[in-house]
Design a protein around this ligand. Structure first.
Ligand code: ATP
Ligand code: MG
Length: 438
């Protein structure tokens, strides 16, 4: 017996049954980002491993534990664990940063991280992300956060809280790092192995460790907000003012440090109170040093990424609305070999003007064809048999009301069908209007 092959752990299939949910969030996210002047960008699925070492950071969980690195023909590549590094690499490589600033790009892409799979935590997952390069002021931080919130509002998400923090710049982080090292050193033996090696190199990473022991110790660690330099503090205060003016609720959460090394100043997460452990739906921040680090001319930037699986999952939990695909407009049932040609011609002409038309391809009985038409939710069904071919007339059956509309099978058919279908589509609107006029 052949062995059944199943999908790898931590990956998901999105079948036609569920794809409409993804289409809904992708469309709403795209449209919203475009109203803010962002344009789509597409980048490769894999990059040179070095790109992620230099951007995400060598002491992060992502680089130390989660990367899918493959060797092909003596060269090593890594499947992107996130979208920012590749997008910035591409902006530099394509000279976009020499163009009008700020550069604003959005993307929808899959990411790969070797994590322990659980609900909302996959090995291949999808992100909708945006990056804005060139602007340094807190009003761009506000613009980015307002955009993230606009998308979450547009898809109808509720009970979502914006956690906001500033993790300063390299200059204010110097003292903070020392304070962290002093705080964690007495606990060194208790820390997880990874954190022991991170302690001197990158003590802020200890604040983000998922091990229960490390996070317990980290609870009382010094807070970055007490160490911000004047410039970072002013930036943070101004951003909060802007968010208040824009009616964006937030809570300052000094515990948010983010799992990637490239962040500076502003970091934020939108956290849902509805989805258990994997509650961060959207996360982002400013990364003023990254472009220079990747060989571009020094330039500030910032962005966010929205985890699409977590977004869809939260929307499902909250009964948010997803736009259902339009059902089949017309199912044609050719009842005899001669009828198939006319069926194909009618279907083709209607499809050209945008109607969803299907016809029997399974050589089924009339009863079975009607069952299929019902199953696909066809609005109209038309049977074409010997009689219909002879009289050049057939009945268009409205599947909802059962009404049978006689139709001439001549050159006016398409126009007449178009009229009927439009009438049908607007029936609800017409009914409402009539009710109001009464
Ligand atoms: P977490 O703390 O949950 O591991 P992270 O800090 O690693 O998240 P980011 O790198 O900031 O996550 O990614 C941005 C968003 O992508 C997250 O907020 C989340 O919605 C989503 N995301 C990250 N990792 C996964 C994953 N393994 N599976 C599904 N979604 C994920
Ligand atoms: Mg993670």
């Amino acid at each position: 017996m052949a062995i059944k092959i199943t999908r790898p752990q931590g990956t998901e299939d999105i079948t036609p049954k569920n794809i409409y949910k993804w289409h809904t969030v992708e469309r709403l996210a795209r449209e919203t980002a475009e109203t803010f002047g962002f344009q789509e960008m597409r980048i490769p699925t894999f990059e040179q491993t070095d790109l992620f070492l230099r951007s995400v950071g060598e002491t992060t969980d992502v680089v130390q534990k989660e990367m899918y690195t493959v060797k092909a023909c003596e060269t090593e590549f890594t499947l992107r664990p996130e979208g920012t590094a590749g997008t910035i690499r591409s902006m530099i490589q394509n000279g976009l940063l020499n163009d009008a600033l700020p550069q604003k790009a959005y993307y929808i892409l899959s990411c790969f991280r070797h994590e322990r799979p659980q609900a909302g935590r996959l090995r291949e997952f999808h992100q909708f992300g945006v990056e804005m390069a060139g602007s340094a002021g807190p009003e761009s931080d506000a613009d980015i956060i307002v955009l993230a919130k606009a998308i979450l509002d547009r898809v109808g998400l509720k009970n979502i809280v914006l956690h906001l923090n500033s993790i300063g710049c390299p200059s204010c982080r110097k003292d903070y790092h020392e304070a962290l090292i002093a705080y964690f050193t007495p606990h060194r033996e208790t820390l997880c192995e990874t954190c022991q090696t991170r302690l001197e190199k990158n003590p802020m990473r200890l604040l983000d460790c998922k091990s229960p022991i490390c996070s317990e110790i980290a609870k009382d660690a010094p807070l970055i907000t007490d160490y911000l330099c004047t410039d970072c503090q002013t930036h943070f205060t101004k951003l909060q003012e802007y968010l208040k003016i824009m009616n964006i609720d937030f809570m300052v959460d000094p515990k948010i440090v983010r799992g990637l090394d490239y962040y500076t100043k502003t970091v934020f997460e939108f956290i849902s109170s509805d989805i258990g452990a994997q509650a961060t739906v959207c996360a982002g921040g400013r990364y003023d040093g990254l472009i220079a680090e990747l060989g571009g001319k020094p330039m500030p930037a910032m962005g966010f990424a929205l985890g699409l699986e977590r977004l869809v999952m939260t929307m499902e939990n909250q009964d948010c609305e997803f736009e259902k695909p339009k059902p089949c407009d017309l199912f044609l049932a050719p009842m005899e070999p001669d009828a198939i040609i006319l069926t194909m011609q009618l279907a083709s002409a209607l499809r050209k003007i945008g109607y969803k038309v299907e016809y029997d391809l399974m050589h089924r009985s009339l009863k079975a064809q009607m069952k299929y038409a019902n199953k696909i939710g066809a609005t109209f069904v038309m049977v074409i048999g010997e009689n219909e071919l002879q009289t050049k007339q057939a009945n268009l059956k409205n599947m909802e009301t059962g009404e049978e509309i006689p139709m001439q099978l001549d050159k006016n058919f398409i126009e007449k069908f178009d009229d009927l279908a439009i009438q049908y589509m607007f029936q609800d609107v017409v009914d409402d209007m009539e009710k109001e006029l009464k």
